[in-house]
Ligand binder design. Sequence first.
Ligand SMILES: [Zn+2]
Length: 82
Amino acid sequence: MGSLKDDWKETGKDLGGAFKQLGKSIVKSGATVVNKANDWAEKDDAKEAAKKIVCPNCGAEMTDPEALFCLKCGEKLNKAAE
Ligand SMILES: [Zn+2]
């Protein structure tokens, strides 16, 4: 019975090694997925930031989303009524 126990031990060791490797690759691919998700989220943010106010008169893009008047021509900017 001692040898069966030893076999188990070896099997357990092998399994442990396999799981360790599996865990490593899961962590690796998990990190890749997280990075991709971050890229995606940042891209989404960039898209949101690109939603700039555009002057209705000259078409200039306002860098300041809080700008009330066009920095180029002084036109009052159409902002959502408050
Ligand atoms: Zn303008």
